[in-house]
Each structure stands twice: as C-alpha cells, then as structure tokens.
Design a protein around this ligand. Structure first.
Ligand code: PLP
Length: 385
C-alpha cells in the first residue's frame, strides 16, 4: 500500500504500541489512587506531560492538559476561554475572532457560540490560502474574549500569520489560541516564541493513537472546564486514559528527536511529487507555493471529480484524500477552497497528498506512475462523446 494521507491520520509507531500495552494489561491503576498501582500510573502520566511540554517548549509540564482529541482541545481553548473571560469581565467581553478556513472543530463551534449570545467574527484569506492578518486584526477590539487562528491549514498545509493574531489579541487584552494539530512534528515551533496562551495538538497526527490530544494552557490562564472534575488540576475532569497518554508522550519524544531532519525529508519528497504532478496538463497547485507545511500538497485537475480520483487511486493501492478526512464524502467544495476563491469545478476536482513518517521515494514513484493514467481515464469518461 502507498499511504499518502498523513494529514488525515498517521500509522502508530511500533515503539508507541509497545509502550502503551503494559498500561492496558497490568498497569491498570487509577492515577488518582494513593496505593502503588495508582501511583505508577500517575508517574507514567506525568512523564508523558513532560514529553509533550518538551516538544512544544512549554515552561512547565503543568501547562499541559490531556484531552480526548484535537477537537476537544480546540473547544476547551475557545469555549472554555470565552466563557471564563466573559464571566470575569462581567459580560463585557462576548466576542470571538477566528478565520474562515479553520478546521470544523473550530468552525462549527462558531454557530454554537452565537446561539449562546457570543458574536463570532471570521477573517478571510487570500487566493494563496493565507489568512489576511490585517483583516483579522481589524476585527479585534476590547470586547473580544478569544482570538483563535490555526497554525497551519489541514487541507492546503498553508502556514498562517499567528504572529499577527497574537499582536492583535495582546493589544486588546484577549486570550489567543492556535490550533497546531497539523503543524506539530512537521515544522519546529515553540509556544514561548509563538507567545500564544493556548495551543491544541492531537495524538493521531503524530504517530500516536486516535482518541488522545492535549492543550497547552499558559501558566496563569484560566478556563471554564467543559468536563468538570478534579483531574488535570480541575481543567479537564475524567480519569486519565493512561495508555493513550503514554503513547502521545512517547510519540512527542520521537517527533522531537526527528524534528531536525523530518521537515527536509518531507520537503524533498513533496517537491519531487509536485514537479511530477504539475506535468499533467490541466493540473494546478492550490495554496501558497512556499509558506506551507513541508509534507502537504493540494492539487486541482480540470475536468474530473476528486472523489472519483481518490477511488481510482485506491483501486491501485494508493491512499490520498479529496478534502478533509472528516468530510471527504461531501459533494460541496470545501469551505477552505471556497474562501480561497478556487473556482467550483477546480475545487471539486481536487485532492490532497500528504507524506509523513515512513514515506519514501518509492511512494512518490508509485504515485507518479499511477496518477497520470488515472487522470486520463477519468477525463475520458467525463468528456462528452
Ligand atoms: N484541527 C485540525 C487542523 C485538524 O486537522 C484536525 C483533524 O483533522 C483537528 C483539529 C481535530 O483533531 P482530532 O481528529 O484529534 O479531533
């Protein structure tokens, strides 16, 4: 199989599976229990907290809150932050500023916040998929509770002007969050340098299992919890999922060890892949040509449907996607491509290709061998007789 859909999810590293298994078998203690079985589980959770903190450059492991996924981390940051700030400001701050190209975890939260009386304002992006920083900054005022801008877009891989979001939020005393689910492990970053208050990550995008994530919460930042309880210093109730947390911690340690080489390796593969794909007549690359995650390429092909191309490639054992994995069955063009003003026929005829851990030259060769024939076949079928 040729797996080129690492932005959808990633294979779990064998070492991560091995590290998790003892916590599903003999190490089943509750980390809140005082006896040794529980305290061993507590120590494993705290080691993982250090591993996550180390990868993202947090000042202290206590700034890491474990969650069930990247989506929960986003919602805890934005809703939890907005409610807390709203209450502390006695209702004066009741606005959230974000962008039109956020992942659905953030985008769909907007309508929920609006129903609860918040104003939600979204900045647009240019044709290159970069959110207009000045437009976002103009939306921020003293009524804003939270500013949230993704670090890199999941569909196009385009890197976003988080620096400008931070400056606007700081100028008006708002909290600032970034969704770094796609960028973790793909580009080096540091929460101190980014200067964000909140940052979301997810295990299954960095070769840990699905169902575990984390939120960086800068020391001193208070959130209204979504799940009440005493765990995670009252910020996220629920008995900790020790095995998954151990998996996330180890995956972060691996990502940290490899961050000096992984981006260059991914970029070399992507560049070769792009050069090959762009030789196909009527093929184009979507998104900023340079300011992008090194592993992600998003293409449109005139005269075909991206979903049909995904199926044709699947029949040849190649996995890519035609939009975000969570909505790739949808027939309407993605909100990201719409915001980028990609014409509807080109948006419909698009696929995302993303390399990652384990990807090699052979994968690119196989993709480039199969793709032109699949595109030609689909165009022949689609063309009127
Ligand atoms: N944010 C971004 C940018 C994503 O790409 C994803 C998943 O695709 C998420 C959030 C949600 O992460 P999870 O699947 O862990 O809920």
């Amino acid at each position: 199989m040729t797996y080129l859909d690492h932005n959808a999810t990633t294979p779990v590293r064998p070492e991560v599976v091995d590290a998790m298994l003892p916590w599903l078998r003999e190490g089943y203690g509750n980390p809140s229990s005082v006896y040794a079985l529980g305290q061993r589980a507590r120590a494993a959770v705290e080691k993982a907290r250090e591993q996550v903190a180390c990868l993202i450059g947090a000042s202290d492991p206590s700034e890491i809150v474990f969650t069930s996924c990247g989506s929960e981390s986003d919602v805890l940051a934005i809703s939890g932050g907005a409610w807390q700030v709203h209450d502390e400001s006695k209702g004066r701050r009741r606005k959230v500023v974000t962008s039109r190209i956020e992942h659905d975890a953030v985008r769909l939260l907007g309508s929920q916040l609006r129903r609860r009386g918040f104003e939600v304002a979204e900045a647009g992006c240019g044709r290159d998929g970069v959110v207009r920083g000045s437009e976002l900054a103009a939306l921020v005022d003293d009524q804003v509770a939270v500013v949230s801008l993704m670090h890199a877009n999941n569909e196009t891989g385009v890197l976003q002007p988080v620096v400008e979001a931070v400056a606007a939020a700081r100028a008006h005393g708002a909290l600032v969050h970034t969704d770094a689910v796609q960028s973790l492990g793909k580009v080096a970053f540091d929460v101190k340098a980014l200067d964000v208050d909140l940052l979301a990550i997810s295990g299954h995008k960095i070769n840990a299992p699905k169902g575990v994530g984390a939120l960086f919460v800068r020391r001193g930042v208070r959130l209204s919890p979504l799940v009440t309880g005493h765990q995670e210093k009252n910020r996220r109730g629920g008995t900790e999922n020790v095995a998954l947390i151990v998996g996330l911690g180890l995956a972060c340690e691996f990502a940290g060890r490899e961050i000096s080489q992984a981006p260059a390796h991914a970029l070399a593969l992507r560049k070769r892949l792009e050069a090959g794909v762009l030789q196909i007549p009527g093929a184009r690359l979507n998104g900023h040509p340079e300011s992008r995650l090194p592993n992600t390429a998003h293409f449109s092909f005139e005269g075909l449907d991206g979903r049909h191309l995904v199926v044709a490639l699947d029949l040849e054992g190649i996995c890519v996607s035609s939009g975000p994995a969570c909505s790739s069955g949808a027939s309407t063009p993605s909100h990201v491509l719409t915001a980028m003003e990609v014409p509807a026929p080109l948006a419909t005829g698009s696929i995302r290709v993303s390399v990652g851990w384990g990807s090699a030259d052979d994968d690119v060769d196989r993709f480039l061998e199969v793709l032109p024939k699949a595109v030609a076949r689909l165009r022949a079928v689609a063309a009127p007789a």
